[in-house]
Design a binder for this molecule. Structure first.
Ligand code: F6R
Length: 616
């Protein structure tokens, strides 16, 4: 949600900033802007639309600037216009600022500044911050002990309420950038003769692998070849420099037309990576290095609460099925955004876990913090190493799925499902699961990459089905038991990238309302992957057919359907029940992808969405 990059060093600031910004574009893509500083003046360019447009706008200019900041926006306050795009300048043109987050008390501050003669040209909350900094800057004595710019930013931040990751430059200060974070991520990159700031590692990793993860309430003063970190109360912080293990080529598109397609095809490898080194020697259970909870402690828990948002919440629902079935531990699932405000009663032996691809989703982070405040052991399953959720949780499981750039989550989801199955196995073996069942489970899990690959090899058949239904405007997705979360996920994938109205339901719920939607114009996708409920699912399909609805069936090899019942069938391999949900999710991803492409939608950057939701 909004991407920020800042640069100070010996290189060409404009080129370096634009390159970083391009990599952060998945965080927001309404508009983009850049401010560089050279010989006492700020050069600002903004464009509505993508970073490419901004790059085009500045391409003719020869800039010698060594310092600058830039931003790609996901609108919160104010429409998508050039005026509202960042960087925002103070009305005297001295201060330029980029911001990710929301300033909640912007109205009283704006009134105060207006009474002091400041003027505003945008509808954003951010512009009050650049003006507030300018206000303090004017009052700050020249030649004081600390930099005027730094002090004025620090004083301003002490006045604002809300969330921010910011980078600030000043026309008078050709070798200073100030960065700060509270609730929105900001990372410092320490390169050779250069220092960068970025909202996430992707924005700076092509320049350096050495990073400092700023914490909430910290402010960093970047000067030529040097930086210092302190709190807003001026307490010095000793920086911890981490080395990130991020291969830039992993985030390259290669021969794929979209990141989403690439990431769908990355899945066999992502599944392999999720399992690597995580099985016990005896071959009967899983092992996790970073849980930081002993087997003895895990045996004491009598409930698990999972929280997440969007696709990650669907993963939580799938984990509920897996853990309840295989480990026999009661599980509850909550939207993180609800949990954080609901004050849900948790039993003293509850284990709390969040699931988040990015590790930065603000609601999930808030839920984690609330659980920690209440003293629960709070773990996380997350993909991004060093993300705020990863750092603040008591322990957890890294997904190792590789960077996910496409806004629609694909490989992160299936990897979460696989890790959920491994967790179910681990917890099950600590309780009632037998050695032999454990061995069979492990063998089943190990087939996931190869079976995922087999489904992907049939992508052209799924493409043909997608083309047949691409012009429909409503879809129903029905799944029983472990397929219910996959039905929800199938519907979400379709609506978010193709803008088709789609709903997911437990199959039997259809009769209690959604059946009213069934018609020749609203196809129904049904999952038939479990022998135990096959006859029931067949009945549901017949109910759809009786109302002139078309049926697309996703069935496992051995779950055969009566001749002619389904209009189209997607057959996936038989597999251990624990990996069936993740396998069934793959055709959903392909179906949505091909439908969206056929409808001319921007698959990797769907309208109104952003990859990482760091504002409420
Ligand atoms: C949908 C999608 C979103 C995310 C949600 C949580 O395809 O990607 O629904 O799943 O915003 O994001 P993370 O997992 O980063 O917390």
């Amino acid at each position: 949600m909004c991407g920020i990059v800042g640069y100070l060093g010996g290189g060409n600031a404009t080129g370096i900033l634009l390159e970083g910004l391009q990599r952060l574009e998945y965080r927001g893509y309404d508009s983009a802007g850049l401010a560089t500083s050279h010989r006492g003046s700020l050069q600002v360019a903004k464009r509505v639309g993508r970073v490419k447009k901004l790059a085009g706008a500045v391409s003719g200019q020869t800039s010698r600037a060594k310092l600058g900041i830039c931003h790609t926006r996901w609108a919160t306050h104010g429409g998508v216009t050039e005026e509202n795009a960042h960087p925002h300048l103070s009305c005297d043109g001295k201060i330029a600022l980029v911001h990710n987050g929301v300033i909640e008390n912007y109205l009283p501050i704006k009134k105060f500044l207006q009474s002091a003669g400041f003027t505003f040209s945008s509808q954003t909350d951010t512009e009050i911050l650049s003006n507030l900094i300018a206000y303090h800057y004017r009052k700050e004595p020249e030649g004081g002990e600390t930099s005027r710019l730094f002090e004025s930013v620090r004083k301003s931040l002490r006045q604002v309420e809300g969330t921010y990751g910011i980078a600030v430059i000043c026309a008078d200060c050709p070798s200073e950038i100030i960065g700060a974070r509270n609730g929105s991520p900001l990372i410092l990159g320490v390169g050779r003769n250069e220092i960068l700031l970025a909202s996430d590692v992707a924005g700076l990793v092509s320049r350096t692998a050495k990073v400092v993860y700023l914490k909430d309430g910290e402010i960093v003063h970047v000067r030529e070849g040097d930086f210092s970190i302190s709190t807003l109360d001026a307490e010095a912080i000793r920086p911890v420099i981490d080395e990130v293990d991020w291969d830039v080529s992993e985030s390259a598109l290669g021969h794929y037309t979209h990141y989403m397609l690439k990431e769908i095809f990355d899945q066999p490898e992502a599944l392999e990576n999720a399992m690597r080194g995580r099985f016990a020697r005896d071959g009967s259970t899983a092992k996790f290095g970073g849980l930081n909870v002993t087997p003895q402690e895990l045996r004491q828990i009598d409930r698990i609460m999972f929280c997440g948002c969007g696709t990650a919440w669907h993963a939580c629902l799938s984990l509920e099925f897996l853990i309840e079935k295989y480990a026999r531990i009661p599980v509850e699932v909550e939207y993180a955004s609800e949990f954080r405000y609901r004050n849900a009663p948790l039993d003293k032996n509850t284990l709390f876990m969040v699931v988040s691809q990015s590790g930065e989703t603000i609601d999930t982070l808030a839920a984690l913090r609330e659980s920690k405040r209440k003293g629960y052991t709070s773990l996380a399953i997350t993909n991004v190493v060093g993300s705020t959720i990863a750092r603040e949780s008591d322990g957890g499981i890294y997904q190792h799925a590789g960077p996910e750039i496409g806004v629609a989550s694909t490989k992160a989801f299936t990897s979460q499902l696989l890790l959920g199955a491994m967790l179910a196995l681990y917890l099950g073996r600590l309780r009632d699961m037998s050695f032999n069942d454990g061995v069979e489970f492990v063998e089943g899990l190990k087939t996931a990459p190869e079976k995922a690959g087999a489904i992907l090899r049939h992508c052209n058949q799924i493409k043909d089905i997608a083309l047949k239904y691409a012009r429909k405007n409503d879809f129903l997705f029905l799944g029983r038991l472990s397929m219910f979360p996959i039905a929800l996920e199938g519907a979400l994938k379709l609506k978010e990238i193709s803008y088709i109205h789609a709903e997911g339901y437990p199959a039997a719920e259809m009769k209690h309302g959604p059946i009213a939607l069934v018609s020749a114009d609203c196809p129904t996708l049904c999952f038939a992957t479990e022998k135990d409920t096959l006859s029931k699912v067949i009945s549901n399909m017949q109910e759809v057919k009786a109302r002139n609805g078309e049926v697309i069936a996703v069935r496992s090899d051995s779950c055969r359907l009566p001749e002619g019942l389904a209009d189209d069938e997607i057959v996936i391999p038989d597999a251990h029940g624990a990996i069936m949900p993740l396998l069934a999710a793959i055709p959903m991803q392909l179906l949505s992808y091909y439908i969206a492409v056929e409808r001319g939608c921007d698959v990797d950057k769907p309208r109104n969405l952003a990859k990482s939701v760091t504002v409420e």
